[in-house]
Design a protein around this ligand. Structure first.
Ligand code: HEM
Length: 204
């Protein structure tokens, strides 16, 4: 089952996460550390925040795709247990690559992430009468705009630019391209957050 997140899909494709996409927080922590070099704090926060909003905390299981019976009997409401693709929680409007704009995204986004994040929001405001952009989606949408530059750029690329080949691999195919090398060093929350600040300052 394929979910909305190119990071998690790729980790499942390569066996860092179970291929049926039903995962525990510990599996997410190990996967984002081994696959992408996140530090402990960022990995733990991501894994448990996701469990709280989209997972089944009683079973310690969550789906990184859609709702699934494999996460066990649902706890009572207000628990959602809908999986990572539950609309308006983490998944949401103004996605950068899903929808109609994949190839426009590639050319535009790789060179102009800040403007592109802003453009997708403005486009949804204009075209989607039910457009919703509230927390937590509004927070994660900026993190997602920053993530490719932190995690999807080959560590040997001195210019830090995301190549078309790697962008297509992660976003379109959910795979690390042949010979992809993760960048050295631990990626912290602050590293991602600095990029988020740069993107949101330009667009608010
Ligand atoms: C617990 C961990 C994670 C969760 C729950 C999660 C969840 C999601 C969700 C729900 C979306 C779709 C948002 C939308 O509607 O557009 C998304 C998008 C995205 N995620 Fe993740 N993600 C996680 C980890 C990661 C990691 C480790 C990476 C990269 C290393 C990553 C990179 C991205 C990117 C670049 C997008 C933007 C896709 C787009 O706009 O088309 N995520 N994530």
């Amino acid at each position: 089952m394929r979910g909305p997140c190119p990071g998690l899909n790729t980790l499942a494709f390569h066996g860092y996460l179970p291929r049926n996409e039903i995962v525990t927080p510990t599996q997410i922590i190990n996967a984002v550390q081994n696959g992408f070099g996140m530090d402990d704090t960022l990995a733990v926060q991501l894994a448990y925040a996701t469990m709280l909003v989209d997972g089944n905390p009683l079973m310690n299981l969550m789906s990184i795709g859609g709702k699934s019976s494999l996460t066990g009997p649902d706890p009572p409401k207000p628990a959602i247990v809908g999986g990572v693709d539950t609309h308006a929680v983490l998944e949401g409007d103004a996605s950068m690559t899903r929808g109609d704009v994949f190839f426009a995204f590639l050319t535009f986004y790789i060179y102009m992430a800040t403007e592109y994040r802003f453009y997708r929001i403005q486009q949804s405001v204009a075209e989607n009468s039910t457009f919703s952009f509230i927390s937590p989606r509004i927070v994660t949408a900026y993190g997602e705009a920053a993530a490719p530059f932190v995690f999807f750029v080959d560590g040997r690329k001195a210019d830090g630019q995301l190549s078309i080949e790697n962008a297509l691999g992660f976003f379109r195919d959910g795979i690390m391209s042949d010979d992809f090398h993760r960048a050295d060093g631990l990626k912290t929350f602050h590293l991602v957050d600095n990029s988020v600040d740069a993107i949101s300052l330009k667009t608010t």
